[in-house]
Design a protein around this ligand. Sequence first.
Ligand SMILES: Cc1cc2nc3c(=O)[nH]c(=O)nc-3n(C[C@H](O)[C@H](O)[C@H](O)COP(=O)(O)OP(=O)(O)OC[C@H]3O[C@@H](n4cnc5c(N)ncnc54)[C@H](O)[C@@H]3O)c2cc1C
Length: 415
Amino acid sequence: MTHDEIRREVGRWLDENWSADLSLLEWRNILVDGGWAAPHWPEEYFGRGFTTEQAAVVKDVFEERGAVEAAQIGPRRLASETILANGSDDQKQRYLRPILTGEHTWCQLFSEPGSGSDLAAASTRAELIDGKWILNGQKVWNTSAHHADFGILLARTDWDLPKHQGLSYFLLDMHQPGVEVRPLKQMNGHQSFNEVFLANAEVPAEDLIGGEGNGWAVAKTTLSFERRSFTRRPTGGGTQGRKRGRVYEEFEAELLIATEPYTWYPQREGRVDLVLQRAKETDAIRDPAIRQEIAKLLSLSKGAALVSASAEAKRKAGTTEIIPAGSIRKLAASVIARQAAHVHTMITGADAMLSGSKSPGGGIIAEILVSVPAISIAGGTDEIQRNIIAERILGMPRGHRFDTGPFRDIRRNVS
Ligand SMILES: Cc1cc2nc3c(=O)[nH]c(=O)nc-3n(C[C@H](O)[C@H](O)[C@H](O)COP(=O)(O)OP(=O)(O)OC[C@H]3O[C@@H](n4cnc5c(N)ncnc54)[C@H](O)[C@@H]3O)c2cc1C
């Protein structure tokens, strides 16, 4: 279909179906049944098999009309794309629809106290007992786990195989006695993550995804989506804030909960957008040393935007983006965020440390300084991105490995 044909068809369909008086769930069910909730997904799973570019046209029409989209924010997207790529037909039928309608929220249960960068060293244990997987262990840094219905989870099912081969991937129901979620408070005052303790938590046999021992391959799908989209902020239907109707009210309420853990994410990117304005307001723009640092920041930021635009254009043209391209973008974002924090500090001086509404930028400058470190950690640290770039893009030799052989014999960072 051409873009004009898509525009016309979506427009016609919205004329016939869209109403702000419906409940959010009623509307989303109509949306899923109509095949417009995830048009880039295959036809047999609620989509239309559109390319990313065609799907972007659909999104544009929805935004122009102020029509509410499917629910796809943060971990929900990681879960749905992973299930779509690796799940059984039964898993896709059971889990994809409630993700699109917003009935189910998800979280990512990968990191553990002894395995973050070295994710394949996960030691949460899963044992098949009487037809059910029984899970024991601890996860950490799990964004949104405090209001998640389900979690995508990596656990060890075989301790005698090398570490990457003994892992399996599960879809975990968070609402059960064996799952305890404890929120963690960050230094920027927000509370986005949690610790999750698993004590005989249960997963039915049919909720192992991708087959026993294939957890690492499945996790790589999730990670590729995480690095590809890590700078993208959750968005809604566009104009809902100015519209009236039941669907908007319920959508606003949904967004408030779903986006709450991400309100500080713009600050962790360094708020490059504020730099020139602040430099002018404070007259710091006259300082040649500061001007030089601003120029450095803006050229880095523009360069990264151009690299992203070129990768996006390739993706829209049908190329499947590979993980190393995501690694370059992620590393660039860290460098830019750190430079932005440096420039904000030069502009604001010691007052940059003050928080509260009467402090510089209404407290935003201080929040930037304590949020920027997170961008170098989340979704794989800078050092890990450098390893990936060195080995997979530059073709440099891999470092020595001390973690081959059966997992149970590997020395691990556990108490
Ligand atoms: C904002 C945010 C959101 C997050 N959300 C989630 C989530 O929803 N779900 C989830 O499961 N996790 C989540 N995480 C956790 C995140 O994935 C881990 O923090 C990250 O992978 C790093 O692991 P770690 O904290 O254990 O650090 P470690 O792996 O212990 O690293 C410590 C230091 O050692 C360095 N290092 C480690 N290995 C190497 C190496 N081979 N070569 C060179 N240097 C190395 C690291 O770069 C780092 O500087 C989140 C983290 C943040 C900050």
